[in-house]
Design a protein around this ligand. Structure first.
Ligand code: NAD
Ligand code: MG
Length: 391
């Protein structure tokens, strides 16, 4: 392949779980990709190391304190260095970029993703929070700009893979599979006493801290339900969740003739990452292959909506629409941080989110600006609720 055929990629959040795995995919396919931009929140050491290896055009670090260290390390190598949220939003407009992998975490993904779409860049979307918060505006902007949003989330990648060749066929229903996380089978009373160290141990996936807690509380599945609504243009009643503890059936589409398609594979995020950034081609991989005899039983269960209240709250926020999913997301981000770092109880996270959904003003048709205001307002509200709870 000629150099000019290489896909030029920006990786937002290159030092995280998805970001580092994306770089492994690129290592295995050096003739396919050219790394243009790398960004991180505060891990300047790893970002500098990555920059020296992949020789991007520019790197951006969010943290101002770490900027000097990054700049020093890269000064002699002709790699541009920038710092802060504005630089992150601006850098995605760089002419040379073809595709932006949004592998950063949380609401912070919204602004750079919108900017990238408006600049005509295709998106490989890992940052599900962006679609949860502002799915309507983001998908409309993508349509207007003629850019594609390729899902990286394994469940959504599964649905997308099932839909290739079927885009003209209406979807009757989708089933998102959920592993159930480390507390599958726990009742509400048992969940009250679980600690961060227990919640951080996911049985099947090795991921960043925020999504690992979201998986333990099943908020991750709630966010994914909303993400699926926007990615695939579905009505809430067309989306169902089924617990499948082995995590090899990554999700299922049911068509109007009753036929169902599922995508299977071992749980390895490199597969959906490489499908998203390599689409429409399936790139060669040496990932371990699935062996049916290692999995004599694939099992399925109904989620426990009473114990895992977050899932119910997410379905409710999706049904209410407007800025409710934005409130859900912001309250959850603050609650997860408080659970990990400030002693908030595991089930108290749902209390905070529920209170925020009841208290923060509802906007039926939010603008992009409204989402930023709702996010800020909800964070303030959630902080004060948490202070009341933990003193
Ligand atoms: P992570 O915490 O491991 O990495 C996050 C990356 O984003 C890091 O590079 C960090 O420096 C950067 N970052 C964090 N906050 C930032 C901010 N405010 N501004 C700029 N950069 C920031 O997270 P992860 O597990 O890789 O998850 C990334 C996204 O992908 C999340 O939205 C998550 O829900 C989604 N996702 C992850 C997985 C997985 O297996 N890890 C699977 C599906 C979806
Ligand atoms: Mg997922």
């Amino acid at each position: 392949m000629e150099n000019s055929d290489k896909r030029h990629i920006a990786i937002l959040g290159s030092t995280g779980s998805i970001g580092t795995q994306a770089l492994e995919v690129i290592d295995a396919n050096p003739e396919r990709f050219q790394v243009e931009i790398l960004t991180a929140h505060s891990n300047a050491e790893l970002l500098a190391e990555q920059a020296l290896k992949y020789k991007p055009n520019a790197v951006v670090i969010q943290s101002e304190e770490k900027y000097a260290c990054l700049k020093d390390r890269l000064f002699d190598f002709g790699i541009k260095t920038y710092c802060g949220a504005d630089a992150l939003a601006d850098i995605v407009e760089t002419d040379a970029i073809d595709i932006v992998l949004t592998a950063l975490v949380g609401f912070a993904g919204l602004r750079p993703t919108m900017k990238a779409i408006e600049a005509g860049k295709h998106i490989a979307l890992a940052n599900k929070e962006t679609l949860v918060v502002a799915g309507e505006i983001v998908t409309a902007a993508a349509k207007k700009a003629g850019v594609n949003i390729y899902p990286v989330d394994s469940e959504h990648s599964a649905i997308f893979q099932c839909l290739v060749g079927e885009f003209h066929n209406p979807i009757e229903k989708i089933y998102l599979t959920a592993s159930g996380g480390p507390f599958r089978g726990y009742n509400y009373e048992q969940l009250k006493t679980v600690l961060p160290k227990n919640a951080l141990k996911h049985p099947n996936w090795d991921m960043g801290a925020k999504i690992t807690i979201d998986s333990a509380s099943m908020m991750n599945k709630g966010l994914e339900v909303i993400e699926a609504k926007w990615l695939f243009g579905l009505k809430p009643e067309q989306i169902d969740v089924i617990v499948h503890p082995q995590s090899v059936l990554h999700s299922i589409v049911q068509f109007r003739d009753g036929s169902m398609k599922a995508q299977m594979g071992l749980p390895d995020m490199k597969l959906p990452i490489q499908y998203a950034i390599g689409y429409p081609e399936r790139l060669l991989s040496d990932f371990p292959r699935f062996n049916f005899l290692d999995y004599p039983e694939l099992t399925f269960e109904k989620p426990d909506y009473e114990a895992f209240r977050n899932l119910k709250l997410a379905f409710g926020a999706m049904a209410d629409g407007g800025n409710k999913p934005c409130i859900l997301n912001a309250a959850n981000e603050i609650a997860v941080d408080a659970f990990l770092n400030k002693g908030l109880g595991f089930t108290e996270m749902s209390d905070v989110i529920e209170n925020a959904l009841q208290s923060v003003y509802f906007i039926e048709k939010p603008t992009l600006e409204d989402y930023f205001e709702t996010d800020a307002e909800t964070r303030t509200f959630a902080h004060s609720r948490i202070l009341e709870k933990i003193g």
